[in-house]
Design a protein. Structure first.
Length: 135
């Protein structure tokens, strides 16, 4: 009776499990369009390597080589310095209808003042110097 051990998945050189697939290499925009010089004045090209919040996209996302990524980062920084591209874009988010705690405190204080003003009875002074209700 020979018992076989279940076969363990093989591991790649970096220690990750090898499932038999190789990741598909992402093609760079620069290689696809055959761009040989990255100019900081070409804002339309540089805009494709920047996120919607104006962050420079990583190599892994854009598919650039190390050299291309370095040139793109430098060009984007130069374009920002020359005011051709923004350093950041403000992304407005929809706020809920719920007021802030400070606004709630102000509204509560105003409501309390309104209640006190209606509850305080007015006292009048007679000609004799006595208040109403006293003998």
């Amino acid at each position: 009776m020979s018992s076989k051990k279940p076969q363990r998945p093989t591991r790649s050189k970096d220690g990750r499990k090898d499932n038999g697939r190789k990741p598909k290499k992402k093609v760079s925009i620069l290689a696809a369009e055959r761009v040989d010089y990255i100019d900081y004045k070409d804002v339309n090209l540089l805009q494709r390597f920047v996120s919607d919040r104006s962050k420079i996209r990583s190599r892994r996302v854009s598919g650039n080589t190390v050299q291309q990524q370095r040139e793109i980062a430098t060009a984007i920084k130069n374009a920002r310095e020359m005011a051709l591209m923004p350093y950041l874009k403000r992304v407005s988010t929809q706020r809920s209808a719920r007021p802030s705690p400070a606004a709630e405190a102000v509204a509560a204080a105003e409501a309390a003042n309104a209640v006190e003003a209606t509850e305080v009875p007015e006292t009048t002074v007679d000609e004799g110097g006595t208040e109403d209700g006293e003998g």
